[in-house]
Design a protein around this ligand. Structure first.
Ligand code: SAM
Length: 322
């Protein structure tokens, strides 16, 4: 718990056990194709690298979604109402919510993230910059059960889930996760969610392969993290970042590809890699606005509003929980 005299700010620490990372890496490298969930990108270094990705000229999602939030903040507030409890899973740097706070005037803001020190800093800065706001940060893995007693019993709940993080789930799992968000928002509550749209392959390929190599660094940081935290002996230079739009699946895939045949050792486990063999680290599904609305309806939401940019690169949906 962190409390200062000047700002209303608390940190609820339910961070995952270090064992979670160990178990999922060991299991994921044994699987075929080899796969490690994207939530493990976000240690301290990974969170900082993600912030740098957001500033790359090719990475349009942050820039475009920010523009939509900025332009429609008052209209959004008309739908959410004021004095709600605003809950943001995967809040990262908490930059986007800043565009909404003055219009929405929530009675409590609950940012939630797996990356604890990053959350602590970001939420603390929000509390400082918006001294009227009650901030209760929750460090937790949002795919697991989380104690949400911090949501006041009578509050109207608005869940804010920007960044197209919903695209990390394959569509069936996305519906399951949306059901979870519907549970959190409760009957009559709302979900404001950012969803990346289908578009020309070139724009997608460039966005996930920025010329400065920051997305590559972000992807490769997962191997550094394995070396740092799990006693790995991976020679990072023998892997390369590979990201591309898979048209058949309708998703951008990120992989770490071994450039040679080699054996990796992680805490006594051995993994034989052929040259060209990859670890699949992220999917980022792209939707049409109608396709995503249909998915949200499967989770019991009703679509109330949809905003996009002029080029229809990105969409922001306001959905009401049944
Ligand atoms: C793609 S970033 C988006 C950040 C921010 N919402 C935005 O729109 O810019 C994903 C964020 O979700 C967090 N995250 C990823 N998986 C998570 C999980 N399972 N539980 C909690 N936070 C998670 C990461 O630490 C990161 O801050």
């Amino acid at each position: 718990m962190t409390d200062t005299a000047e700002v209303a700010y608390r940190l609820q620490d339910e961070r995952p056990e270090p064992d979670d990372f160990y178990r999922e890496v060991i299991a994921g490298l044994d699987r075929r194709p080899r796969q490690i969930p994207p939530k493990f990108f976000y240690d301290e270094a990974g969170s900082r690298l993600f912030e740098r990705i957001c500033k790359q000229p090719e990475y349009y999602p942050t820039r475009v979604e920010t523009g939509i939030l900025d332009q429609y903040a008052n209209e959004i507030a008309g739908l959410t109402g004021k004095d709600s409890c605003l809950i943001e899973p995967g809040s990262g740097s908490c930059m986007k919510v800043r565009l909404l706070l003055d219009a929405l005037r929530p009675s409590r803001y609950i940012p939630m993230d797996i990356s604890c020190s990053h959350l602590h800093e970001a939420a603390g800065r929000v509390a400082e910059d918006f001294p009227w706001l009650d901030v209760h940060a929750v460090c937790a893995d949002i795919t697991r059960s989380v104690d949400l007693d911090c949501i006041p019993a009578q509050a109207r709940r608005i869940v804010f889930y920007p960044g197209s993080s919903i695209g990390n789930y394959e569509p069936r799992k996305a519906v399951e996760f949306l059901c979870r968000l519907a549970d959190i928002s409760g009957p009559g509550g709302g979900l404001l969610i950012g969803v990346d749209l289908e578009k020309e392959t070139r724009i997608l390929d460039e966005a996930y392969n920025d010329a400065n190599g920051i997305t590559a660094e972000f992807n490769l940081n997962l191997l550094h993290r394995i070396n740092r935290e799990l006693d790995g002996d991976i020679d990072i230079d023998t892997f390369r970042h590979h990201a591309f739009y898979n048209e058949t699946e309708g998703r951008v895939e990120m992989h770490l590809v071994s450039e040679c045949s080699q054996t990796l050792r992680i805490d006594g486990h051995r993994y034989e890699f052929a040259a060209g063999e990859s670890i699949h680290t992220e999917n980022s599904y792209k939707y049409t606005a109608a396709g995503f609305t249909a998915l949200a309806e499967c989770a019991g939401f009703t679509a109330e509003a949809l905003w996009t940019d002029d080029d229809e690169l990105f969409s922001l949906h306001f959905l009401r929980a049944a």
